[in-house]
Structures are given as C-alpha cells and as structure tokens.
Design a protein around this ligand. Structure first.
Ligand code: HAM
Length: 471
C-alpha cells in the first residue's frame, strides 16, 4: 500500500514527463529528477534564451508595438496602399540579383540554408525584392498603374548585434511600383516621415539623388580614381572597399575617411539634366509639405537596386548616427527588369520598428512622456455574478465593434480603477453585486470622478456615446 500512495502523490507533474506509467522502481520524486537531468544534459549556453540578436515582444512592449502598427496601418490606408504578405523564406538568388554582390547584406548577412530538396534558400533580409518578385509573378503590370503596396513583417540579417541592430527585426514599408514621377517619391517620403511624426518623434529626412545607372557608373569611375589617389589616408576597411564597392566608402563614419570624402567628387555633379530636374522637383514637393530635410551628398544607400532619389530618416535631435536610421528608401527603377520583369519603375521605403521603439522609449525617458491617450473604456467587475455578466457584456459590445479594456481575474476594484487610470480611459463601467441584481451599470468619469447609473439594456448606446461614435 505505501507504494500505491507514492504513485498517486503527484499525478500532474508525472504527466509532464510523458511517462504516466509509474515504474515500480520509481523514487520519491521521479519527475523533478528527470527534469533536472534534462536541463543538465542540454545546458548548451543560451539553449533556453532567444537566438542571439533576436528578441521577444512581451506585454511590456506591446502597447508601443501595437501603437506603431496601428499608426502605420492607418496612414498606409489613408494613402491607398494595399496590404501584402510574402513568404519569409525566398530563393537566395532573388536577393543576390537585386541587392547585389559586394553589398554587406548579400556577402555577409544573409541567413542561407539548403532545404531537404537541396534548394538554396534564405530568410528574407528585406522586402523590396520580394515585392518586385510578387509584382512580376502575379502579372501586376496589367493592373492600373501604379500598384501601391504596404507590408509589416520580420526581416533577418546576420549582422553584429548592438543597440538598434538585431538579427531578426521588423519593418513597415510602402512600395509604389509602375510610375516614374517625383510626386511618387515625395508621397512616399511624406508617408514615412508622417508615420514617425504621428508617433510623436521629431525626425529629419536626409536626402540625395544617385541618378541613373549610367550616370552613377561615370561617377564611380571618377570616385575610384580619387580614392586610389588618397589610398594611404583611408582606413583599412575603406581601402578594401575601393575595388569591391566604392560607394560604400562614402558611408564610412571613420574620421580619416570622412576628411577624404569631403574633398572628393560629389555624385550630384555627375547627374544629367533630367535627373537634376527630377530631384529638384522632389525637393520642391517636400518644401510644399513642410517636411524638414537636409541634402546629404554622401548618402548612397547600401543596396544595388537604387536609382535617383535616396533617403534616410533620423531622429532630429541625434547628432550621433551610429544607432542607425529609423528608416530608409528610394527609387529602384532598374529592379523589376533586373529580376526578369519588364522595364517598370518603382520607389519605396521601410521603417525599422525596433529603432522606432527605441526612439519612443528615449523620448519617454527624456520628457517623462505620457503614453499616447489611449482613450476608450474600462469594464470593471466585482464578485462572481458580476464577472459572468461582464463576460456577456464584453461580447455584446464587441459585436457592435466596441472594444473595452477589462480584467476577468479577481483583482480588487481599486486595482482595476488604477489600471483604468494608467491607460487613460475616459470612463470606467462598473458592475458589482448590486448592479447585477438591479440590471444596471455604474459609469464613472475618470477625470471628474462623477458617477451615474444606467440601465444595462442601454449599455451599447451609452458606450457608443461615451466613445463619440454616436451622439
Ligand atoms: P534598409 O536601409 O536596409 O532598407 O532598412 C530600412 C530600415 O530597417 C533601416 O533604416 C533600419 O531602421 C531598419 N533596419 C535595417 N537593418 C536592421 C537591423 N539589423 N536591426 C534593426 N533594424 C534594422 C531596406 O531594407 C529597403 N528595402 C528599404 C526600401 C524599401 N527601399 C525601397 N523600398
């Protein structure tokens, strides 16, 4: 009999081991022992943490995260971009042909692997090439042009992790394919800039034009000649880049390099009349829209598919650009043809969500910034009957498109009101024992503290009025 007792003591834990049958020889605490053993056996460093350079988005981050998402979604819709999704896994060759050999993304940062059929695949490092592929694959050139698309998703680059630089990160982006016009570029810059501005971050657009492929080729010949003549003054990495990817030398933050670059040829002087006119026209639109920008003659962007307008957006108050841009983009007229499609121009941008999260946090720390007014309503409850009623009312409201904050656990009313205060709701709807019996709801104005009682049957209309959906 004592053995029987031992075997029934901890039935739940035993089931975790997936060995519900208790062996006769089982010791007193078989489960704990086996878990410890398991941990020890697999105690490879980091085996239970996220992969280096990748991170979880936890509830602590989720208000900012979702605020960014909803801001992005609403602005993309307002400017008539349609949402698209493409697979996270693509053929590696897609990015080799579009982003180009000699770029850091292709040479050093792609997550490459072979699948079980031997196909050479990768985790996408960015979305523009995928969008171009999708445009070609789905015959989108037969749709009315331009085709305007927006996306939100994970990208992967095996870079050295540091502040604002991750191996899995997220982008919100917009792409306009099928039109070569300065107003398209200005619209995209406006959407990117205003997304950041709507989030309360002051930003500055850095902008340049790198002209057509032919103009750039001429400029590169001049640049390489110049850099070779100054080779001894350059950093080691820039020396290596002269032949491999000379435009990347312009990106260097090294002091030695910066001095050389400042004296060197500037791409703007190699642009033909049409490219110059196009660029001037983009700038005029930006002036019209009061978008702050600086002309940045060394901005060339790291990816091969660009032509004409290129831009990056930085927090306005940051002198130090080492944490990188909040976003970037530009025109990519050669891309669709490079990938086997017709000669179709395109332009777009992507914003880095993790970098915007950092900028929001820094702003909050600096200005004791209060989270954006979430508004809305909180539905609080007290007691078992009230909890049941609350669940019913939640669904009733949801069917009318009304989402309310709530907590169906058993927190005190004080805790619920504190939470309602913290998330800045305008009113809290309270259902206690008495309200269940009377069929009423107590409505508390969180600013004035004034409370009124309303009939539960009127809850939908009352909620709509409080939210300003209905008069
Ligand atoms: P990108 O400049 O490589 O451009 O990336 C855009 C933004 O993504 C960057 O400005 C940054 O905010 C974020 N980002 C890039 N790498 C990382 C990283 N390792 N960790 C965290 N954030 C990162 C593109 O990806 C182009 N596809 C943009 C584009 C769209 N051009 C035309 N259309």
């Amino acid at each position: 009999m004592p053995r029987q007792k031992t075997s029934t003591k901890k039935p739940v834990k035993k089931s975790i081991t997936k060995k519900p049958v208790v062996k006769k020889t089982s010791t007193k605490k078989p489960v704990k022992k086996s878990i410890t053993k398991h941990v020890k056996q697999s105690s490879v460093p980091g085996s239970y943490s996220t992969v280096r350079g990748m991170k979880d988005i936890t509830p602590k981050d989720s208000i900012d995260w979702m605020t960014i998402y909803h801001t992005a979604e609403s602005i993309a819709h307002a400017y008539n971009f349609s949402y698209v999704e493409t697979p996270v896994v693509e053929h590696a060759q897609l990015f080799v042909r579009s982003i180009g050999k000699g770029t850091d993304v292709v040479d050093k940062e792609m997550y490459l692997f072979e699948d079980r059929d031997g196909a050479k695949l990768c985790l996408r490092p960015e979305m523009t090439a995928s969008i171009a592929r999708a445009y070609i694959n789905h015959g989108m050139q037969s749709l009315p042009q331009p085709v305007k698309m927006w996306y939100w998703g994970s990208m992967f680059r095996h870079d050295r992790p540091q502040a604002g630089r991750y191996r899995q990160f997220h982008q919100f982006g917009c792409e306009t394919v099928g039109e070569h016009s300065p107003i398209v570029d200005a619209e995209l810059i406006s959407v990117a800039y205003n997304t950041i501005r709507d989030l309360g971050i002051d930003a500055m657009v850095h902008i340049n034009s790198i002209g057509t492929t032919e103009e750039r080729e001429q400029y590169i010949i001049e640049l390489v000649g110049y850099l070779r003549s100054k080779r001894s003054y350059l950093s080691d990495i820039s020396k290596q880049r002269i032949n491999k990817n000379p435009l990347r030398v312009l990106d260097s933050k090294d002091e030695q390099d910066v001095a050389v670059i400042q004296e060197g040829p500037q791409i703007i002087d190699w642009l033909g009349d049409a490219s110059k006119r196009f660029f001037m026209s983009v700038l005029e639109y930006l002036d019209e829209l009061s978008i702050p920008y600086v002309l940045d003659s060394t901005l060339v962007r790291g990816l091969d598919y660009y032509s004409d307008t290129v831009f990056e957006i930085f927090p306005e108050d940051k002198e130090d650009k080492s944490q990188g841009a909040l976003g970037g983009g530009g025109r990519y007229n050669p891309l669709i043809q490079q990938l086997g499609g017709q000669d179709v121009p395109g332009s777009g941008f992507s914003l880095g969500i993790e970098r915007i999260m950092i900028a929001l946090k820094e702003k909050r720390d600096k200005e004791q910034y209060v989270a954006p007014q979430l508004g809305g309503l909180y539905l609080a409850q007290l007691g078992e009957q009230a909890r049941k009623r609350t669940l019913y009312i939640l669904e009733l409201l949801r069917r009318e498109g009304i989402i309310v904050h709530h907590n169906l656990a058993k927190p005190s009313l004080k805790v619920q009101l504190e939470k309602a205060n913290k998330i800045n709701v305008s009113h809290t709807l309270i259902i206690g024992q008495k309200e269940v019996q009377d069929g009423t709801v107590l409505i508390r104005n969180m600013e004035s503290g004034i409370q009124e009682i309303v009939d539960q049957k009127k809850i939908v209309n009352v909620a709509k009025k409080l939210l300003g959906i209905q008069k």
